[in-house]
Design a protein around this ligand. Structure first.
Ligand code: ZNH
Length: 145
């Protein structure tokens, strides 16, 4: 259910992503804008303000881990649900992450991509990303039901 243009939009913009820098930015935004999401990261230390959050090495490490998983999912765009089945189960059953937070994180990621890409983040690219984020969120939420 992806057109060639959508796939090209996703893979070409992803080639410009730095998983550590942009992962840290997206996760920092989540923790700052939706501070109750900090409850999942009680072992991360100081998350008291945006400077502390974005400079926290554990935020950096975890942001990289999450965006690396997003990059892997892009390699499996036609089969995202199956590709993420185990990760969905672990978020549901072990980490107990409210799946609403996947949507929130996806929105943070789109903001980071838009600010990095500037003019390259055309309406067509944005639409492709919104569609991909929806598929990613659906796949990650699948193991909850
Ligand atoms: Zn998550 C973990 C992915 C979202 C929370 N994650 C994780 C990991 C991965 C991920 C890959 C690792 C696992 C293993 O190692 O096994 N995530 C992901 C993705 C996404 C996410 C892809 C989207 C897109 N998460 C999320 C959110 C949250 C979370 C939103 C909340 C808010 N995670 C989490 C936690 C963990 C994880 C808590 C664990 C951490 C540690 O322990 O270190």
């Amino acid at each position: 259910h992806w057109t060639a243009e959508e796939k090209a939009a996703i893979t070409s913009t992803w080639a410009k992503v730095n998983v550590e820098r942009d992962g840290c930015d997206a996760l920092s935004r989540l923790l700052c804008v939706y501070p109750w999401t900090q409850r999942y990261f009680s072992t991360f230390g100081n998350l008291s303000n945006i400077t502390a959050i974005s400079g926290n090495p554990k935020v950096k490490g975890h942001g990289k881990k999450v965006l690396t998983a997003v990059g892997d999912a892009i390699q499996h765009m036609d089969d995202v649900k199956r590709h993420l089945a185990a990760l969905s189960k672990s978020h549901a059953q072990e980490l107990h992450v409210d799946p609403e937070n996947f949507k929130r994180f996806g929105e943070c990621l789109v903001v980071v991509l838009a600010s990095r890409l500037g003019a390259a983040f055309t309406p067509q690219v944005q639409a492709s990303w919104e569609k991909f984020i929806n598929a990613l969120v659906a796949a990650l939420s699948h193991g909850y039901f």
